[in-house]
Design a protein around this ligand. Structure first.
Ligand SMILES: [Zn+2]
Length: 48
């Protein structure tokens, strides 16, 4: 059970870092609490 929790924690950590792997700073026009930026792979702006 302890191993399962460790794997789960690692997985969420990994996905969190992957979610920001394409970052490059937030746009100045980003709404408060959000970070909008251009995703170079798609050429589109998205916020999260
Ligand atoms: Zn993004």
């Amino acid at each position: 059970m302890r191993l399962y929790v460790a794997v789960l924690a690692l997985a969420s950590l990994l996905s969190a870092s992957l979610a920001h792997a394409h970052g490059g700073g937030c746009r100045k026009s980003s709404p408060p609490g959000q970070c909008c930026h251009m995703q170079s792979s798609t050429g589109q702006v998205h916020c999260h």
